[in-house]
Design a protein around this ligand. Sequence first.
Ligand SMILES: Cc1cc2nc3c(=O)[nH]c(=O)nc-3n(C[C@H](O)[C@H](O)[C@H](O)COP(=O)(O)OP(=O)(O)OC[C@H]3O[C@@H](n4cnc5c(N)ncnc54)[C@H](O)[C@@H]3O)c2cc1C
Length: 425
Amino acid sequence: MSAPAKREVVIIGGGPAGLAAAIAASEAGCRDILLIERDRRLGGILNQCIHDGFGLHRFGEALSGPEYAARYIKLVGELDVDVMLNTIVLNLSADRDLLLSREGTMEEIEASAVVLAMGCRERARGALSIPGHRPSGVYTAGAAQNFVNMENIMPGNRVVILGSGDIGLIMARRMTLEGAHVEAVFELLPYSSGLPRNIQQCLVDYGIPLHLSTTVVEIVGMGRLEGVVTAKVDERRRPIPGSENFVQCDTLLLSVGLIPENELAREAGVPLDPVTGGPKVDNRCMTGLDGIFSCGNALHVHDLVDWVSEEAARAGRFVAEYVGSRASSKSGRDITVSPGRGIRYVVPETIRWNTLTDGRGTPLCFRVLEPSRNGVAEVLSDGVVIAEEKHGRLHPAEMVRVTLDSKKMRRIAEKGRTTLEVRIR
Ligand SMILES: Cc1cc2nc3c(=O)[nH]c(=O)nc-3n(C[C@H](O)[C@H](O)[C@H](O)COP(=O)(O)OP(=O)(O)OC[C@H]3O[C@@H](n4cnc5c(N)ncnc54)[C@H](O)[C@@H]3O)c2cc1C
C-alpha cells in the first residue's frame, strides 16, 4: 500500500446528505473535498425511490427521488469536488485516518475533517424473532423496492406487509400498481409509524386495509412462503391468544424501522446516542470526536429528504469553518440539550455557544413519543420557556423542528445558563 494521501475534507456517502454537505463546504471555501460512494452512482437510496413527493419544502415541487438527487449531483459536478465511486470506506480511526477499498486495492487517507453521511439500513427479519422456517419470499420493503424499481423484478404476487413505516406504505402502492394483490398492512402499534400523507395516498386511495395493534406471529412455508399467522396484541404488545388468523400470501415485506449505518463511527469510538442510533452531535453536527461530523440518516432517521439536505448543508458550512480555523470543539460554556415530557429524542445534544455563528439559526430536531392533537412544543432554558410552537397534530412519524435564534442563544449562554429542554405541553 502506498503512503497515505492527505485530504482536507472527506465525505463518506454520496446520498443526499453527502451531496449537500459537499456543496455547502465547497461554497463556503473548501478547495480540497473528496466525496466517497460505494455504489456505481451518486444519489444514495433516492435512486430507487421513483415515486414523487420529494423536494416540496426545498424546491416547492413534487420531484421523484432520482430527480431530486440529480439537482444536487449536477451542482457537485460544477464545483471543485472530487468524487470516488465504487469505493467503500472500510475503517475510520479517531484521528480521521481512513482505509478504503477501491477496485480491488486498498488505500489510506489522512483527513483534516470527515463527514459521516452513510445513511441508514432497514431492520430485517433477524431483528424480529418471528417463528417459522426460512422460506423465500420474505424481504425488507427496501429490498423489494430495489427489485421492482431498479432490476424490474417482481418479488411476488400476493403480498402482506408487516409494519407501517413509510417504505412499506410506498411499496404497498407500488406492488399494487405492478399488478400484485396486497392483502393488508399489519402494524404492532395502535397508530401508524408512517406519515399520514402516505397512509392516505398509498393505502386508503387503493383500498388496502391497515390493521393496527396486530403483528405476524408465524411465518408458514418451507421452500416458498405460503402464508403468515397474524394476531392482535394487547397494550403491552403481547399477542392475544385466540386472536390468530392465517393470511395466505407468497410475499412478506418488512417495514419495521430504520437504523443509522454507524459501524465506522462505532469503530472510531464516536459516542452514539442509544435512542437515535446515530452519533451524539453539537449544533455544528460535529460528533464527540474533533473533526468528525455526521448528518442525514446516519445521524438520525429523517422523515423527509428536504430536512436531510438542510441539515447536511449546515454540517458542510461548519466543516469549512472547522478546517479554516481548526476551532476546537471545547468551548467551556456548552449548553446541554435534552428531551423532556413527551419527547423521544432531540438532535443536537449539545450547543457550543462560541460556535453560534450561523445567522440561519440553530434548529432542534425531535420526535414525539405518541400522537397528539393541539400540542405545544416548548423549549426551556434552565426551566424558563424561551420558545414555543403550536402544532395542530404531532405524530411520532413526523420530525418536528424548532429553530432557535442564534443571537438569543448566545445571550442565554452568556447569562451562564447551561441546559435546554424540549417538552410537549
Ligand atoms: C430502502 C429505503 C427507502 C426509502 N424510501 C424513501 C422514500 O420513499 N421517501 C422518503 O422521503 N425517504 C425514503 N427513505 C429515506 C431516505 O433514506 C432519506 O430521505 C435520504 O435518502 C437519506 O439520505 P442520506 O444521504 O442520509 O442516506 P442515503 O440516501 O442512504 O445515502 C447514503 C450513501 O452512503 C453510501 N455508503 C454507506 N456506507 C458507505 C461506506 N462505508 N463507504 C462508501 N459509501 C457508503 C451508500 O451507498 C449510500 O449511497 C428511504 C430509505 C431507505 C433505507
